[in-house]
Design a protein around this ligand. Structure first.
Ligand code: FAD
Length: 309
């Protein structure tokens, strides 16, 4: 992994840098390209704009690594509130939510998994009442087994709960097979964390794995959510969609807010369902640093905006 990327991903984990950056007004205009805003009203506004242009949405209330039960309760309240605020827009899952289990308490030293499960249940209940869905984000590889365990528990009551799988992990083809049954919602992404070679492919091998995982999911019976901005992965998916006779309601593409909007519209224009991942809230630092790490051009854009003041 290039040094710059490693450095940016390491900085993404610094709480000190995070609170400094989040308080600075200087960077806000740049962050706004990737984050809907800091309030629920901002999230609802951006969701309305995207829905009216034919896109679907998954909302992420920013924050990870909660270190107290109070903090997790505030996150649950924020999710339930935004689901209610979206009201009819969420019906049928057009606007759903994405949740990081670390924000719900997974990393708490005592009973983390139990607390995260109970918190996730409350969000799922609010989503069920609004006729929408929830997807669990995937975090670093030390959490994969526990996240999949929580997914299984949630699916017993809420079979529509989705999960992200990361093609860079060597285990993921197996996880795709396990999760390719009827109704199973799986978001396939490349993976955004700095992972060691003992568990993760590096370089081009990640793309090879992404293609293999796509094939497993698209030839299965579940609902694949193809999360990538990479033109090569998108065309591989489109070929497989045709080959597997997939109907447009049996899969979707997903992209992040602010990245390749013209491609988002082009995919909708050619009859595909497209969902935009929309983060909002004050704790944008870690999310934003992972986006900088993915693409040096984003970093140049960021530094230029800082320099111009
Ligand atoms: P990359 O390998 O980053 O880029 C490949 C090519 O895509 C580039 O060469 C370029 O042609 C094009 N491209 C990429 N970015 C841009 C850009 N800004 N402008 C123009 N072209 C661009 N990761 C997780 O670990 N866990 C998650 O739960 C998770 N959820 C996600 C949800 C969604 C909806 C998406 C889209 C991503 C998610 N990710 C998640 C992040 C993901 O793992 C990748 O880090 C991220 O999507 C970058 O990978 P990529 O497939 O877009 O391709």
């Amino acid at each position: 992994m290039p040094i710059l990327r490693r450095l940016l991903l390491a900085s993404a984990r610094s709480a000190k840098l995070g609170s400094l950056a989040e308080r600075s007004r200087l960077v806000r205009p740049v962050v706004d390209r990737f984050v809907a805003g800091s309030s629920e009203a901002d999230a609802v506004h951006t969701t309305g704009r995207l829905l009216s242009s034919g896109l679907n949405v998954t909302l992420d209330f920013l924050g990870e690594d909660a270190d107290s039960a109070e903090q997790t309760a505030a996150t649950v309240a924020a999710y339930c509130s935004v689901i209610n605020a979206l009201g009819r827009a969420t019906a049928g899952g057009r606007a759903e939510v994405s949740v990081k289990l670390s924000a719900l308490g997974q990393a708490l030293p005592r009973d983390g998994d139990k607390i995260a499960l109970e918190n996730a249940r409350q969000i799922c209940e609010a989503a069920a009442a609004a006729d929408t869905t929830v997807t669990l984000d995937m975090e670093d590889h030390t959490t994969t087994d526990r996240t999949l365990g929580t997914l299984q528990d949630l699916r017993a009551d809420f079979p529509w709960v989705g999960v992200a799988l990361q093609a860079y992990l060597t285990r993921t083809a197996g996880d795709c097979r396990d999760l390719s049954g009827p109704g199973s919602r799986v978001r396939l992404c490349k993976g955004a964390y700095a992972e060691p070679t003992s568990v993760a492919y590096q370089g081009n091998a990640v793309n090879d794995s992404y293609r293999s995982c796509l094939e497993i999911l698209l030839s299965g019976e579940g609902y694949p959510m193809i999360a990538t901005h990479d033109p090569k992965m998108i065309s591989a998916a489109r070929e497989l969609i045709v080959r597997q006779n997939r109907t447009p309601d049996s899969y979707e593409f997903q992209m992040l807010l602010g990245i390749r909007p013209e491609e988002q519209r082009a995919l909708v224009g050619s009859g595909n369902r497209v969902r935009i991942y929309v983060p909002y809230g004050g704790q944008w630092y870690a999310y934003f640093m992972r986006r900088l790490a993915e693409r040096p051009a984003n970093l140049t854009f960021f530094l230029r905006a800082l320099a111009s003041g």
